[in-house]
Design a protein. Structure first.
Length: 153
């Protein structure tokens, strides 16, 4: 097994890029959390899912790119790419979420609240219509229950 400087540097660059992509995916998971209502158990589940996906894709990456060999320097390069993305864009992502996602979340909440109130009004109207129809049906049943007088004998 001969290692060339060009080959090793290419592996390091590819590993750092892979780590940057993993950091981007982690930031997307965090953004998804800020939009959807979550509890502690769901946050833990999302983290576990992310790290399982990350571990599986890392194994595939090392098998495809580095011919299945596992040395420490590409692992550190992946982790450094992940930490590089997180340290450079983590705060930016947080600011973007607070400035863009939270107002969007408020708009969606207002829209859903308006939709629910419209549905409640519609439900109330449909119940009123149903009650009116029910009263008319009951009225016709009462009036038809009287036996008509038969004049012809």
């Amino acid at each position: 097994m001969t290692h060339t400087v060009f080959g090793e540097s290419a592996v390091i660059i590819q590993s750092v890029i892979f780590g940057l992509i993993a950091g981007l995916l982690f930031e997307l998971f965090r953004s998804l959390r800020s939009v959807t209502p979550t509890n502690a158990a769901l946050v833990a589940l999302e983290d576990v899912v992310f790290w399982i996906i990350f571990a599986f894709s890392s194994v595939v990456f090392f098998v495809k790119i580095y011919s299945g060999r596992l040395e420490l320097f590409p692992v550190f390069a992946v982790l450094s790419g992940f930490l590089l993305f997180y340290s450079l864009f983590g705060r930016l992502g947080t600011r973007l979420r607070t400035r863009a996602v939270l107002p969007l979340k408020r708009r969606i909440a207002r829209f859903l609240q308006k939709k629910r109130t419209r549905e409640k009004k519609q439900k109330g109207k449909s119940l009123n219509i149903f009650n009116k129809i029910k009263r008319k049906v009951i009225f016709f049943k009462k009036s038809s229950s009287k036996k008509p007088k038969n004049d012809i004998k």
